[in-house]
Ligand binder design. Structure first.
Ligand code: FAD
Length: 436
């Protein structure tokens, strides 16, 4: 493992704390990177096999300025520089918001670019590859792929995981790994959550699902009705209707296209992020809409239908002995309308790294409880914005919007965006834990 540096450039002092992270999504990777930055020894176990980047791994994902501030601290800004060309640049376009019938009601101007807290919106797989390679190749964090965790355990002094061999046709072998702390960053279907809660927490349907697609601009530029979206840099347009919204963006100088259509869905859900979708179902949802929406959808080679699950806030994220902590979607799934799911998972990782450093090896359980105390209320408040933004759009009063077009724009709240998770954790830790 390479020697890391603190924000002021000093080499970090090793704390002797050993952390095992389960899951190499943005939450798990950030937790590992931040643990490394703060001087802890860390390894990741991930169930996806070695061809991790061969998978398409989703489509558009958003990182707010409060995530940009975190990325910016990695490798002195280099990681943020690598993410930038893969992300939408709306400097010349803004977000054009339409009523479903086609009238443009408002253009929301983009944030002024802040190099200390940049915003990134791009393809999940492409952005993930940059962060994954930074953790693995530059920081030397061991990332064990193809390792499914089947069990978690703990006592007062340590926690551990049990791994399963991936080959189901041979006798299964299991391997136990122990550490001072195990972080369950294992996503919406978290296995770690069962141990922390002591019961299986069944997800509920949110009543909505999202059709999603990502494709090249090839057919879009052949059609005179749609080519302007791809020939003038990046664009971002939204059409809002009763209980439905359709967002369409072009990325990487108009080269790639992406749309998401959030719609009512009462079907029984199996918790996952994607199922194959059917274009005929999309046409039904946008029947009678601005014809440009169908012109875009027609160019789509394949779609997924992502059921939006909902979960009541968990009573706790930390196990009885304080040796297993939930983080990211495992602790708190977000609705996409908050555009903060991945960002809040990253903030979790930052706060955990700081708390462990401040508490030291002798105080791991107290530090992990402080992590929960520092994060819990903020996360719940940000989670709620997913519902408020969705309802503000889906129940829009168009007469009111005509008088006040800004009322329909995506909220940009300072308490979310200007937040510095690292600074906040450093300030609050001392009030929560007394370290001898
Ligand atoms: C394949 C995939 C595609 C996604 N696509 C999008 C998208 O297009 N847009 C979007 O906004 N969000 C998407 N998400 C969700 C988004 O990445 C998360 O909401 C957010 O980044 C928070 O990340 P997380 O690390 O908490 O969870 P996740 O990103 O879900 O990561 C959890 C990780 O844990 C691993 N894991 C789970 N169980 C085990 C186990 N038992 N043993 C070992 N490893 C395990 C999973 O393989 C996964 O890599 C996607 C998630 C995944 C896993």
């Amino acid at each position: 493992m390479t020697v890391s540096e603190t924000a002021n450039g000093d080499p970090v002092k090793p704390t002797g704390i050993k952390v095992v992270v389960v899951g190499a999504g943005f939450g798990g990777l950030t937790a590992a990177i931040e643990c490394h930055r703060q001087g802890h020894g860390v390894e990741i176990y991930e169930s996806f096999p070695g061809d991790y980047h061969g998978r398409s791994l989703g489509d558009i994902i958003s990182f707010g300025p409060n995530a940009g501030r975190i990325f910016r601290r990695w490798s002195d800004g280099d990681v943020a520089e690598r993410l930038r060309p893969l992300s939408i640049n709306l400097e010349h376009h803004g977000f054009k918001i339409h009523k479903w019938t086609g009238e443009l009601v408002h253009t929301q101007l983009p944030h002024k670019y802040d190099p200390t807290a940049p915003v990134f919106n791009g393809h999940r797989g492409e952005l993930h590859t940059i962060v994954f390679n930074y953790a693995k190749d530059e920081l030397g964090i061991p990332i064990h792929l193809g390792q499914r965790v089947t069990e978690y355990f703990e006592d007062e002094n340590q926690a551990g995981i049990v791994l399963e061999s991936g080959q189901k046709w041979v006798v299964l072998t299991s391997l136990q790994i122990t550490a001072d702390l195990v972080v369950g960053a294992d996503g919406v279907r978290s296995k770690a959550r069962e141990l922390v809660l002591g019961y299986y927490d069944k997800p509920k349907s949110s009543g909505y699902a999202v059709f999603r697609a990502w494709f090249s601009n090839k057919d879009m530029i052949r059609d005179p009705r749609t080519k302007h979206f791809c020939e003038n840099g990046d664009t971002f347009n939204g059409w809002i209707g009763p209980d439905v919204h359709f967002l369409f963006s072009t990325v990487k100088n108009g080269q790639d296209c992406c749309w998401v259509l959030t719609h009512k869905d009462e079907a029984d859900i199996e918790e996952s992020w994607s199922f194959p979708g059917n274009l005929e179902d999309v046409y039904k949802v946008i029947e009678g809409w601005d014809p440009i929406c169908k012109a875009i959808v027609e160019k789509t080679p394949s779609i997924v239908d992502w059921k939006l699950v909902y979960r009541d806030p968990l009573p706790r994220w930390v196990s009885d002995h304080g040796r297993i902590a939930l983080l990211g979607d495992a602790a708190h799934p977000f609705l996409p309308t908050s555009a903060q799911g991945a960002t809040q998972a990253m903030e979790d990782g930052v706060v955990l790294g700081v708390c462990l450093k401040r508490g030291g090896k002798a105080n791991v359980p107290a530090s992990v409880r402080a992590y929960q105390d520092i994060r819990y209320e903020r996360v719940r408040a940000v989670q709620k914005t997913g519902e408020t933004t969705r309802d503000m759009w889906h129940k829009a009063d168009w007469d009111k919007v005509a008088k006040d077009p800004e009322s329909i724009q995506l909220p940009r709240e300072d308490w979310i965006f200007r937040f510095d998770a690292e600074k906040n954790a450093e300030e609050r830790f001392g009030k929560l834990v007394e370290v001898n």
